[in-house]
Design a protein around this ligand. Structure first.
Ligand code: ZN
Length: 180
């Protein structure tokens, strides 16, 4: 049988392999080798290394798949994402608005009381006192409504199974893959 001279890809030792042999174990370093042929040459490649490369390739393929998935999710849910960011900003904005509104309403009420008291003290017609009292009453009602509204504020968490949760899951998987 025709034999071929090749070198171990791992330790460089000369090896004799039979023609047509695909796999060989180096008798010096015990590397598992694949005999590869091109038109002009014949050489060996470590099988373990090949497997590693394949694994790495599969890993990076998974990374790409995950990245694509995240990108697709982001694209699909772009309006939702914008709304969620708005929602997160909203309580702060509403709170500030509520504070200013509250101060305005307190001033409104004070003015109404002051108007009613001073007009009665100066013997103004009853209609003035009624007018001032009305102002004060409107101010108090508005203030109570605002306080009730403010008490209802809560920062909404993204619901489980929502887009945000799915995205977080994908990002976690991706981090795990790229870490190793
Ligand atoms: Zn070897």
């Amino acid at each position: 049988m025709e034999t071929l001279s090749v070198r171990c890809n791992h330790c460089g030792a000369p090896l004799q392999v039979a023609e047509g042999t695909r796999y060989v174990t180096c008798q010096f370093c015990q590397s598992h080798l694949e005999v590869r042929r091109t038109d002009s040459s014949i050489f060996t490649e470590e099988v373990a290394k090949l497997a590693q490369n394949a694994e790495k390739m599969a890993g990076s393929l998974e990374v790409i798949t995950l990245q694509n998935e995240i990108e697709r999710l982001d694209r699909e849910h772009a309006p939702e994402l914008a709304a969620e960011q708005m929602k997160r900003a909203a309580p702060g904005v509403k709170m500030a608005g509520g504070c200013i509104g509250g101060i305005v309403m307190v001033m409104f009420t004070s003015f109404g009381i002051f108007f009613a008291v001073s007009s009665s003290r100066h013997g103004a017609p009853f209609i003035f006192q009624l007018f001032g009292g009305g102002f004060a009453l409107i101010g108090i009602i508005a203030l109570i409504a605002m306080l009730k509204n403010a008490a209802g504020f809560s920062v909404e968490e993204p619901g489980a199974g929502s887009y945000a949760a799915r995205r977080a899951e994908l990002v976690r998987k991706l981090a795990e893959l790229t870490k190793s």
